[in-house]
Design a protein around this ligand. Sequence first.
Ligand SMILES: C[S@@+](CC[C@H](N)C(=O)[O-])C[C@H]1O[C@@H](n2cnc3c(N)ncnc32)[C@H](O)[C@@H]1O
Length: 219
Amino acid sequence: MIFKILVIVLLLAIVIHFSLKFIKHKSLYPFMPFKYNFRRRRVTFAKTLKLLDERKAKMIVETGTSREGLKNTKGDGGATIVFGKWAQQNNAKMHSVDISEDSVKGAQDEINVQGLNQTVTVHLNDSLEFLKNFEDTVDFLYLDSYDYSKTDTDIQIKSQEHHLKEFKLIENKLHDNSVVLIDDCGLPGGGKGKTVVEYMLKKDWKVLIDAYQILLVKN
Ligand SMILES: C[S@@+](CC[C@H](N)C(=O)[O-])C[C@H]1O[C@@H](n2cnc3c(N)ncnc32)[C@H](O)[C@@H]1O
């Protein structure tokens, strides 16, 4: 009898464990294969992809590239590949810039695997230098460079200031239909977006989604 009860409890525990795993798995299926878990970015990535469709975006710029390709979609996002794939399917172009040689190599390896070479260009450069010289109009800007810290307030402020500088350098290339997404915002100290969002709200931008990432469009 006791043995039977133990077996039932064990089976129940296994069912609950896998059900919870399934519920927590946030995929972008069918756009991306089900196995990739975008976790806290799923809602904002999905909405952004919808906006890019509706607004027929042609030029995407990302600061901070997918250094692990699609190996760490839960942690980093994998945006270079996600939005690069969207760009390829929609006859758009994407530029991603990163200051680290290793990050550029990591992203480039996955771009090669996914066959996105004609669509996505990864630049080895400081984002500020890159944005200063960028000449095209930008339909979608994704800010995700200078790594944030949950505990070090000095790094927090430097990261926030860096993202504000990035925005100011490309601001005049954005237009009324542009979309801006800022990563790693729902963190202690306000995240990467704190200072740049404050600045944008004083201009003609409004927040569409305020979650782990902040998604903005023009008023
Ligand atoms: C969190 S990762 C980017 C993740 C990527 N956007 C994704 O979705 O997978 C941050 C990247 O920003 C880069 N980075 C840090 N400071 C930078 C700077 N000043 N200019 C350009 N890239 C920078 C780092 O080398 C790192 O690869």
